[in-house]
Write a protein that binds this ligand. Sequence first.
Ligand code: ZZB
Length: 257
Amino acid sequence: QEYTGVKMEVVEWSPTAKAIEGKVNGRKVFLVAATLRPETMYGQTNCFVGTSITYGVFAINDTEAYVCTYRAARNMAFQGLSPDRGQPQQLLEIDGAALVGTKINAPFGLAPEVYVLPMDNVLATKGTGVVTSVPSDSPDDFATVNDLRKKPEFYKIDREWVSIDPIPVLTTPTYGELTAPRLVEKLKIQSQKDVKQLAEAKEIAYKEGFYSGIMLVGEFKGLTVQEAKPKVRASMIEQGMAFAYAEPENQVISRSA
Ligand code: ZZB
């Protein structure tokens, strides 16, 4: 699997993660989200972590550190993203729960600053364990944001962290500008717990977006999603906001497994 690793720089740590600041030797720290849909980055409204997942802060070089799972950092270390090949340099460990409420940059996002929020279905075994959230085009993200808005106390979040509405990024003939909200409605998905319907909605959203989507925003507005996808990715990489991140096939465990 070839992902795009999106670098979301920390703007302000949550009180529970603030100690990290003094332990990174002045490095800039980024949460790194693995995405298959770089063309949707304009519509990021937040980022998700798993509250029971353990993350690390890893030195990439003298000036930058990445937050992701150890597993991902090890893969990165084999892809030239570490001072020593194949060996992640972990500066410290942190629980996902402690990251919630951290304010970060969303590269290319029309909402430039967003918050880290909890999601039940984040897999520690896929990508970086950090997921950037695009409720306009990802049914999982839309359903989760709805859950968080309904029960902020239960999820131990501030209502203000989840205040950004879905941002239209692309349009398709069947679902219009907000593919994910339409699909969640159509398939009667109530919450992030409806994993079976969400898997189906995701399949449809991927196909519809990729084969019939037209970009509504950004540098490649008006192009088809098929054309825009590699261009947005290349542009992010060129600007130092993202990098190619590959995962060995046998390591990828699907959500339904
Ligand atoms: C932004 C985005 C925008 C995504 C979208 C999807 C969609 P897949 O298809 O199952 O291989 N993701 C990445 N890592 C994880 C993880 N550890 N646990 C749970 N979800 C994860 O999954 C790839 C997509 O799943 C990634 O692309 C990421 O969300 C999420 F509009 O990034 B995506 C129709 C989907 N639309």
